[in-house]
Design a protein around this ligand. Structure first.
Ligand code: GRF
Length: 206
């Protein structure tokens, strides 16, 4: 493992948390030089919270209810993350669009995984969009988050073929297998200092 201090990582979740799980597993295996300092959920019933608790990772429930608008919600979220000296934020099935408040607080330090080959099929139901369009190949994309929806600089992608009898569910399941490979790999590269930027092009250093 690298000699440098582990990167302080926070993961934002809303649901099942399978991507959270693979990152936890890779950190525990000593393959990612990071320390997961908190898992933040906007829903108290997210199964991802249980996954974090099982691994002794502090959890925070941050619900929209108390806040007047998305900016106010994000301002409080930035404070939570800054209090923990977070250096990298992962969106892992976090079902809220971030505002400029969050994006500007962590430039090129928020990652998302999207279940399509961006820039194709941004937004919700990307797998269904791919089926309806009739593409032969789709996949997943790890990207930095900018102020647009799924428009940030692309870090890694993986291609998944679309089968004739695919449903949204079967395609999503096949794409998730690739998500679980490329998302932790992108995190590993970041934490090893192997990602640099040239405009919106991401360069992976060897
Ligand atoms: C993933 O399929 C990802 O593509 C999308 O949200 C889903 C989260 O799944 N952004 P999980 O909570 O990590 O299992």
């Amino acid at each position: 493992m690298a000699d440098s201090a582990p990167v302080r990582l926070a993961v934002l979740v809303s649901g099942n948390g399978t991507n959270l799980q693979v990152v936890i597993d890779r950190i525990e295996a000593g393959e990612i030089n990071a320390r997961m300092v908190c898992v933040v959920s906007n829903r108290q019933d997210a199964f991802a919270l249980k996954r974090a608790e099982q691994h002794g990772i502090p959890t925070i429930i941050h619900e929209i209810g108390a806040y007047a608008n998305r900016q106010a919600y994000d301002t409080a979220l930035v404070e939570i993350l800054r209090n923990q000296d977070v250096q990298l934020v992962l969106l892992a099935g976090f079902m809220r669009i971030l505002t400029d408040v969050m994006v500007n607080a962590f430039p090129h330090a928020i990652m998302n995984i999207h279940p399509a080959l961006l820039p194709a099929f941004p937004g919700l139901h990307a797998q269904q969009q791919a089926l309806e369009y009739g593409v032969r190949f789709t996949g997943c994309t790890v990207h930095f988050v900018d102020i647009g929806t799924d428009t940030g600089p692309i870090i890694l992608q993986a291609v998944v073929p679309v089968e004739a009898d695919d449903t949204e569910e079967t395609l999503a399941a096949r794409i998730q297998q690739e998500e679980h490979r490329v998302y932790p790999e992108a995190v590993r590269l970041f934490c090893a200092g192997k990602i640099s930027m040239n405009g919106r092009r991401v360069r992976i250093l060897s």
